[in-house]
Design a protein. Structure first.
Length: 255
């Protein structure tokens, strides 16, 4: 009986989250954010090279469109099955147990994954495992201290699911440091308020420019780029043994 209620609760929660994702992606603020994120990925991932590139996202999104890596793979996870078309090229996986070999990915992109899983640190550990040495990890996540944070305390604002699980940038940087992922770049996006109105969205267009200039850390979304640094071993060659004795007779030239 207990297992039945647990299954029913999980199913109800997944349907609720999928409905929230559907509402958010179709809203004006969701469409605007997706366009802004798509533009950022196109500009920053275009010149990343390698053999294998993987992206993971809870909804149907293509962050590797402009990337030049030949082998590209799209992953998603179970709570977002309703947002993935059945005929798409997206593989459903577990974020904490990726079906990839250790050290096999050159570029890994996580789009709004950390705030939608129970253990985001486990996802980062798995990302560090599958990356090759000097591989690049790009994370896009919501900022709990951004301009959209105040909307979490109001109802019916059409924000993505799990707003209480947003990971702070400072905490994410600490996790990356523990996993030897060196931060090499990043940017804040979406400085406008989360208002689902096309009319007010245009009126607040000036806030985007002002926010970038005067409140650079107040963006609703942050994009972070890191590189996996692996400490190598440098073998120091020792000097060869001197086989000649230290004291030996030396011939003196005759006069």
């Amino acid at each position: 009986m207990l297992s039945f209620f647990l299954t029913l609760y999980t199913f109800t929660r997944m349907n609720t989250e999928n409905n929230i994702w559907t509402t958010y992606l179709k809203s004006p603020v969701g469409q605007k954010l997706m366009t802004e994120e798509k533009d950022w990925f196109d500009r920053n991932l275009e010149d990343v090279f390698g053999y294998n590139a993987v992206q993971m996202c809870p909804y149907n999104f293509d962050a590797l469109n402009k990337n030049r890596v030949s082998a590209k793979y799209k992953f998603s996870f179970a709570t977002s099955e309703a947002e993935i078309p059945s005929a798409s090229d997206v593989f459903m996986v577990s974020p904490a147990e990726l079906p990839l070999a250790t050290g096999s990915v050159d570029l890994l992109v996580l789009i709004h994954v950390l705030e939608n899983v129970e253990d985001p640190h486990a996802v980062l550990r798995e990302a560090e495992r599958v990356l090759i040495s000097e591989g690049k990890l790009v994370i896009c996540s919501f900022n709990p201290f951004g301009v959209w944070a105040i909307n979490r305390y109001f109802g019916n604002v059409n924000l993505p699911p799990n707003p209480d699980n947003w990971v702070a940038l400072a905490r994410l940087k600490d996790w990356c440091k523990l996993l030897e992922l060196e931060i090499v770049g990043g940017q804040f996006l979406a400085f406008y308020p989360a208002i689902n109105s096309s009319k007010w969205k245009d009126k607040f267009s000036w806030v985007q420019l002002v926010g970038k200039r005067w409140w650079p850390t107040s963006g609703a979304v942050y994009c972070l780029t890191s590189i996996k640094r692996t400490v190598g071993m440098n073998l120091v060659k020792t000097k060869p043994w001197n086989r000649d004795p230290k004291f030996r007779k030396k011939s003196i030239p005759s006069v």
